[in-house]
Write a new protein. Structure first.
Length: 355
DNA sequence: TTTATTTGACCGCC
DNA sequence: GGCGGTCAAATAAA
């Protein structure tokens, strides 16, 4: 897909890199000052911001390593809130092309992106378990693991059958710390709840969503609508106040307006595109100011951390797995250029675009 | 009646 | 052969 997005893509990386460097400087500054609670709070936020930057860059660079054209990346981000060490990701395995039964799916799933997240459950926040992560899961198994004090639970996406969503997760309670749950996710959600996860698990809309999820036409319609909404558009009004929203074939959303200066907002289209805990951040709204919102992670009363690693050798398989799903509203997304309203007078200057 | 969970059995991998 | 992961029938819950 060559839509001339390379320079926006590079600009995005440059902008993220620059933002991360400033966040690092801020962190260093606050680290060198007092140790009051407020300062520590700020330091914590800075850490979160840095994690967001690092993972955004990782995702973008990872995509770039596959193809020079930016695309939707179904990959998790990590947000470090607790001081818990990151775990590993692996994408091993060889699958046979001729295997087409369910076993084939099972083998192929071994290549799905895998990442581990650790969730601490505390009584004070009323969090009842580590499973409420914004997605709807169905438990399909439990197994006693050798050497582990607690059994391991196996969950898969509730919408596996109706939406061919192959995301799974395993929940393992820590032996040393019973309040700590290690959750291993395999595969990213390709179901509709990826676009509705925020309200999904607990809201009354859940039932309505399920009804819709069983209707293929509604599902398709919702997916198209959601894709359309998720995709950015470029609108320009008059020269004095141009409302400008720019669509890109990858997850972040850029929007803003032009009034001599270009004001830009960068936000995540859909947090599930990157694993459910994606950061959203706001780039400078004025040439002089620079601020960032906290990541819009779904904490759900728990504290969580997860990490993602992709080795070079893993990438093709992962990419293949992501793009192989024909029903996915997310993966392999081809950006519909006909939906983009481009102002031919819009100053798409590479160096100034994000300023 | 429908949906979710439990749990023993099965299968593939090491 | 043991272990981890998954299936699917039985059961429970809504």
């Amino acid at each position: 897909m060559d839509c001339g997005f390379n320079w926006e893509y590079n600009s995005l990386i440059n902008e993220l890199t620059q933002g991360m460097e400033h966040a690092k400087q801020l962190r260093a500054y606050f680290s060198s000052t007092t140790s009051s609670d407020n300062i520590q709070e700020l330091h914590l936020h800075m850490q979160i911001i840095l994690s967001s930057f690092e993972n955004s860059l990782s995702i973008l660079k990872w995509t770039d390593s596959i193809t020079q054209t930016p695309q939707i990346v179904v990959a998790p981000t990590s947000i470090s809130v607790d001081k818990i060490s990151p775990k590993t990701v692996d994408l091993n395995g060889n699958f046979k092309d001729n295997d087409q039964d369910l076993r084939y799916v099972s083998k192929k799933r071994k290549q799905l992106p895998t990442w581990t997240e650790q969730v601490r459950v505390s009584a004070e926040n009323g969090y009842e378990g580590p499973t409420d992560d914004g997605y709807s899961w169905r438990k399909y198994g439990q197994k006693d693991i050798l050497g582990a004090k607690y059994p391991r639970s196996y969950y898969r996406c509730t919408y596996r059958l109706v939406q061919n969503c192959w995301a799974t997760k395993q929940v393992q309670r820590s032996d040393d710390d019973p309040a700590l749950f290690e959750i291993t996710y395999k595969g990213s959600h390709t179901c509709n709840q990826a676009f509705n996860s925020a309200a999904q698990p607990t809201s009354p809309e859940k039932h309505e969503f399920k009804k819709q999820a069983n209707n293929p036409k509604i599902v398709q319609s919702n997916q198209m609508l959601t894709n359309l909404q998720a995709s950015l558009r470029v609108n320009t009004n008059d020269l004095n106040k141009k409302e400008t929203t720019c669509s890109f074939p990858f997850s972040p959303t850029f929007s803003g307006f032009v009034d001599g200066n270009l004001h830009f907002q960068v936000s995540q289209v859909d947090d599930n595109l990157v694993g459910g805990y994606s950061p959203s951040f706001v780039s400078p709204t004025t040439p002089e100011s620079s601020y960032f919102s906290l990541p819009s992670c779904q904490m759900n009363g728990s504290r969580r951390i997860h990490s993602l690693h992709h080795s070079e050798s893993d990438l093709p398989d992962l990419f293949s797995a992501n793009t192989s799903s024909t029903s996915s509203p997310i993966v392999g997304l081809e950006f519909p250029l006909e939906h983009v309203e481009l102002d031919p007078n819009f100053p798409f200057d590479n160096s100034e675009f994000f300023r």
